[in-house]
Design a protein around this ligand. Sequence first.
Ligand code: HDE
Length: 760
Amino acid sequence: PVRETVHKVIDTVVGAVSGDEHAGEIPGRPGSAPPSLEEPTEPRPPLPPKPDQSGPAVLSATGRPLDEPPTARSQSGAYLTTAQGLRLPDSDHSLKAGPRGPVLLQDHHLREKIMHFDHERIPERVVHARGAAAHGVFRAYGTASTVTRAAFLAKDVETPVFVRFSTVLGSRGSADTVRDTRGFATKFYTSEGVYDLVANNIPVFFIQDAIKFPDIIHAAKPHPDREIPQAQSAHDTFWDFVSLHTEATHHTLWNMSDRGIPRSYRTMEGFGVHTFRLVDAAGETTLVKFHWKPKAGVHSLVWEEAQIVNGVDPDFHRRDLADAIEAGAYPQWELGIQVFPDTPEQTFEGIDLLDPTKIVPEELAPVQPIGLLTLNANPTNFFAETEQVAFHPGHLVPGIDVTDDPLLAGRLFSYLDTQLTRLGGPNFGQIPINRTHAPVNDMLRDGFHQTAVHAGVAPYKPNSLDGGCPFFAGSQEGGYVETPVQVPAARKVREAPASFDDHFGQPRLFWLSLTPTEREHVISAYTFELGKVYEQAIKERTLRVLARIDPYLCEQVAQGLGLPAPAAEGPLPSPVPSPALSQLGKAWPVTGRIIGIVAGPDGDLDAVRTVRQAVLDGGMVPLVIAPVGGTLAADGGTPVTVQRTFATARSVEFDALLLAGTPAPGADAYGARDAKAGNGTPAGAPVDPRVLLMLGEAFRHAKPIGGWGDAGPALTAAGVDPVAPGVVVGGSGEAVLAEVVRLLAEHRVWDRFPTAAGVV
Ligand code: HDE
């Protein structure tokens, strides 16, 4: 009987019908041989169709189509229901024995509602917990086709993507603009399966071996006793570790530079950090490093600004990304590769390509653009998409392979493992945001949260019962065939290669590549962070590290800490600086930048209308700031909508500030119309102190400031020197705006920063 059943199944599989002249043939292949009891060796359509091949949840377990109404999916139907689809007459009151009586245990709706709520939270990511994401599209230029067979990198191929940006250290609810590394993880839903490029905004990492990851993260996370500080590196354990484990020096220096406090996710570079191996159609290999280059330019906050933002708008980066996309100012990055020959040494110009604490300067290996990423849609639901997305550096496609970087090897284990706890089981690939857009026939079965209704009886290979399905794919069929890279004959050791030993040469290269302004920011950052450290020994040890980067850096930080500066131990190298590492000295498009226009009720509203329109026409965002909300229409013209009041506005939101003058001298342009006892605003003050605060901050943070009409005295009252660089007064509103926009292209008025230690 078993044999009989087997025959019956095979007959079904190949569509054999008694009396049919094609009995036993493989459908679509007239004359093909009838099946034997051996495992079939030729690919054929699997039967019966497996719902999971087009994604789970197409049919219910009883075969009911779920995408036709009424369905069991969320938010369908007009009535509130339980999870079982029972319509509810009330969700405001528990079932009680009388209005003042005890609540009854039989109230299933109450229990289901509370039970579900109790379990709404899932564990946050152990690192990169705080993030924001967006959907988009990646269009390949085709320039990478010479080095990789990856289908999504072929000319003009468009691939849907989901990108999640993050901070590393803070909890899910922490502030966005802390000093930290940023994650930049991209999921490409390619025709050959999901490819994840799980990158950071800093091109090097703290450690060279994954086995140190728990150490660096334990050191950087809040202290285990009091769980402070949140999302900060300015504390003893972080500096204790990085001063002892000096391979962290390079990454730490990047963190202390302006790269640690990006202005926006839109103005961050991204780096794959590790070296990857690309494989072309002929099997030839090339080593590469991936770079994301923002079209809006690389731009950062200054430290005081970042600190203020943490208080006034902890969601600053998240809001900025979502607002830009909603406004149609779609953020864009070019993906590029640095290309190196795949030699047995895996070095380039003496730089070990397997050492993730090293960069290859772009001047030695230019970044070659291979495609354009555009983020064009916000997620519909934060939890379903941004929170549940699961990236993995091992999600690769044919044409992209890993190298033996020991940090990467550990990551290839970690990302699968962490999802088991975070997403509650092994089926997280079925969560909609994680689903590949390629057909899936994986033979993985069951487990927590299994949503696929798998058909067939043979989730194993070899089989004959499922017609031998699914079949293996060689590289001709798009199969992922590992590159047969030669593994060196070696002893088993716990050792790093000697080429990993230099921990200070590249930090010095980075330092020497920065402009004086950027170096002052680095000095201030170290001085601030170490100033928060309690243990004297840690400060002194860090100064010895700094002495190995640069004597001026060390002296300035030592001075700020009130400690003696140690001398460098031996001569310092003189690497050729890499100008590409500096963020200054270039001009960028101003699209999407935010211009604040301060206007009082008696201000020159005509000019405000014109300037506002000109800002919009320039692709920027005008925000009118006035004493109170509502509209400004004192001149009887078209009302001007107020977007920010003196109470809700703060300089940090704006890339540039404009002051609308008054048509009549002596009128109350920025006065305290809403002055009330207790809000700190002296009634009748000529210029509201909150306006003075805004101007003073914008000036200190080197933002372009413009004013027309009689704006001059207000600027002076705020301590803004009207002849300082980047302060534009006089002329018409439009002329002032034109100059301010010209300045904005360089992101800040860099000349305004003093280049002595002690600046913000
Ligand atoms: Fe990660 N990292 N990482 N990392 N990483 C995670 O995976 C890990 C490293 C990066 O938006 C975790 O799903 C180890 C380098 C990003 O969901 C975890 C090591 C780079 C994200 C993990 C590293 C990254 C993560 C936590 C050292 C830049 C956020 C949650 C060997 C190239 C992805 C998760 C998102 C997330 C492990 C080092 C980037 C625990 C063990 C280097 C952007 O698996």
